[in-house]
Design a protein around this ligand. Structure first.
Ligand code: 8IG
Length: 269
């Protein structure tokens, strides 16, 4: 088990392993693939190397079934750039601490990436977003009560979700909606009252990842975008209780379309 007591050193160690495995000096773009997004990698180009996340210093085996577990390097066919595809993430609700949550993003920066695409599956507050609808993240509400940043580092979060990258995404699919993502701690889903609260606060999407990673990414100097797959209407917005099976099912059904969308966006970066 890699010691994360020095997060920068841990990220450097992981990046060294990944770059060496791929036989390249640096990667260009990192992708974190959340629920439903696993199919995008194949469409990007040729996989140069793939290792189990468990073999990369500081990474953990995924806690949730349906989340991939490899770290892959892909040569993007359209641009010749190298994508670092993180098929799993550590969620804050796993209780491993914020260093574990931020490690993937910090590793991406240490591996040379300048751009980052964070994907997730989440609940939607907008009734017009049927399960399977992709939504660009315009901003977030971090409701976890914590930060991945340690010490007196007052990191600015203006335009955290790159307007430039969002514009590229909307060029590819002009029908893409945008929304504010609220990260709850989880792992329980929200109560209907909490979903109403999030709505009053300005949230359009509710999830359990992404915000903390985005903050760590900004600190690391990455230009990032976030894109959510609405796999369910948030609690109380839909009539029936939420189930993880339903989440997986919506992801599977939407996979071809959102994989194509993500690959097209990344090809333009
Ligand atoms: I997938 O409705 C998925 N992840 N917090 N709420 C929260 N996280 C989620 C949800 C949801 N759906």
């Amino acid at each position: 088990m890699t010691d994360l007591s020095d997060p920068t050193a841990a990220a450097r160690a992981a990046a060294t392993t990944i770059n060496a495995e791929a036989g390249i000096e640096a990667h260009d773009i990192a992708l974190v693939l959340g629920s439903g997004w696993g199919g995008a990698a194949e469409l990007l180009g040729e996989t140069i190397s793939e290792i189990s996340a468990a073999d990369v210093p500081g990474f953990h085996a995924p806690a949730v079934e349906g989340h991939g577990a490899t770290v892959r390097t892909i040569r993007i066919e359209a641009s010749g750039k190298h994508a670092l595809v993180l098929g799993s993430r550590t969620h804050y609700y796993e209780g491993k601490g914020v260093r574990a949550v931020a490690h993937g993003v910090r590793t991406a920066a240490a591996a040379g990436c300048e751009n980052l695409v964070l994907t997730n599956g989440c609940g939607g507050l907008n009734r017009n977003w049927a399960p399977g609808t992709p939504v660009l993240i315009s901003d977030h509400l971090n409701l976890t009560g914590t930060s991945p940043i340690e010490g007196a580092n007052f990191v600015d979060l203006t335009d955290l979700y790159s307007p430039h990258m969002r514009a590229i995404a909307k060029e590819i699919d002009p029908s893409l909606d945008e929304g504010v993502y609220a990260q709850f701690r989880g792992p329980h889903y929200e109560t209907p009252a909490e979903v109403r609260m999030a709505g009053v606060l300005g949230a359009d999407l509710v999830g359990m990842s992404t915000s903390l990673e985005a903050i760590a990414a900004r600190q690391a100097g990455l230009e990032l975008m976030g894109i959510s797959l609405v796999t369910n209407l948030a609690a109380g917005i839909q009539e029936t209780p939420l189930s993880h099976a339903e989440v997986i099912e919506a992801g599977v059904a939407a996979a071809p379309r959102i994989s194509r969308l993500l690959a097209d966006i990344v090809s333009k970066l």
